[in-house]
Design a protein around this ligand. Sequence first.
Ligand code: UD1
Ligand code: CA
Length: 453
Amino acid sequence: MKKVSIVLAGGIGKRMHSKTSKVMHKICGREMLFYATDAVKNVTERVILVVSPHINSEALKGFEVVYQEAPLGTGDAVKKAMPLISSLPDDGTIVIVPGDNPLIREGDISSLMDFHVKEGNGVTILAAVSENPAGLGRIVRIGNEFVHIVEESEATEEEKKIKEISTGIYIFRKDLLIEGLSQIDNKNTQGEYYLTDVLGIIAHKERVGIKILERKLPVYGVNNRVELSIATANIQTEIVERLMLEGVTFINPQTTSVDYFVKIGEDTTVYPFCILEGKTEIGMDCTLGPFVRITDSFVGKSTKIQYSFVRGSYIGEECSIGPFSSVRPENVFEKKVKIGSFVEVKKSKVSENSKVPHLSYIGDAIVGKDVNVGAGTVTCNFSGLEGEKKNPTFIEDGVFIGSNSTLVAPIILRKGAYIAAGSVVTEEVPQYSLAVGRARQVNKIGWVKRRKD
Ligand code: UD1
Ligand code: CA
């Protein structure tokens, strides 16, 4: 074991003004921190996260974690990780990255590593040239030689003009890092132990290498919600461009949000104003949008969804959803199901080729194949007398439900049953039987005329 990464994710991130630790804020459905861990995980054999005790440890499962009780600075955060790497030899390599730069990629770290090895450096800094360096550590050189990094809060007016900044990413030989860390103090305007001070200390005895990042980034660290939105826009563009190159058409990508883990099959077209979130998977040849929000759902191939909200559901192939459908969690729709305008479906199974085309509520129902649910049908699943309990409705294959029917659950409509329009159904309907549950119509001939006379 020769290479270890330390990801700095301690502190709370005051400038976010949030209950949530900064590095746990999400970018495209994924905590910011995990973009940083991705950048280093294949470059070093181990990744150690330094986090604040505020972070919910569940999300960090599978990582080596060390807690920094109080946010005493980036130098203190690195010190906290050192006991975990006591077995690393003195000439071992330590990569340090901040957890708040989600735009750094594995390629940036691996080319920094190549440079570090090729130059035979004891320490290498990943620097960048920024037109707007405010808030960042400036690289101070004399001639071409690195002297130290000065933080914004400590910088003179002259130093603030320097545009060469530290990205907060470094590679250290272990013995040099240990020596530098032992010499830093917190006698500065912030009262913090600055990791950046280590670089100036090492520069007294070893040449410190500097590599300039090849790409220009729109932000070098997310400290507030403005920078969060800039980083999000960037990552969103990367995600959508990757999907386009994989064969997905976006009619207007600028209006579309697609989370990091979303998968979309070839030849699917996404119309404007779609939001695809969480662990959503869309098949091939689908048409989504305009105005569709899909969260944590599976959508089979050749399905069309427009102007609708779909959550936590499985939708089969060749289905048609919307316009204006609300597909609430825990539904399973088989092949060729139609859920039409102003229909709400919840916790229900709808089998192959069944249709709920207009103005219905289907909840806690098992619907068989080839069922037609007429406009305005409602499953009355909630009596209000049994706590939160919801009662089930069973609709077997081939049932025809006339418009404006009320199905009072628990209830079973047997195979091939036929419900007359406007019925209130309270009892089981046998196979292939007609149920009429409504007042018989009476025609009073000439009544209107008589009344007017
Ligand atoms: C830091 C650098 C600055 C660099 C910039 C790049 C220092 C002193 N400054 O400034 O030179 O240009 O990043 O973006 O290093 N953290 C801890 N424990 C702490 C404090 C911070 O783990 O006590 C973590 C944070 O979670 C964050 C990272 O370290 O991910 C950087 O801390 P932050 O406060 O954002 O430093 P900057 O002021 O941006
Ligand atoms: Ca920062």
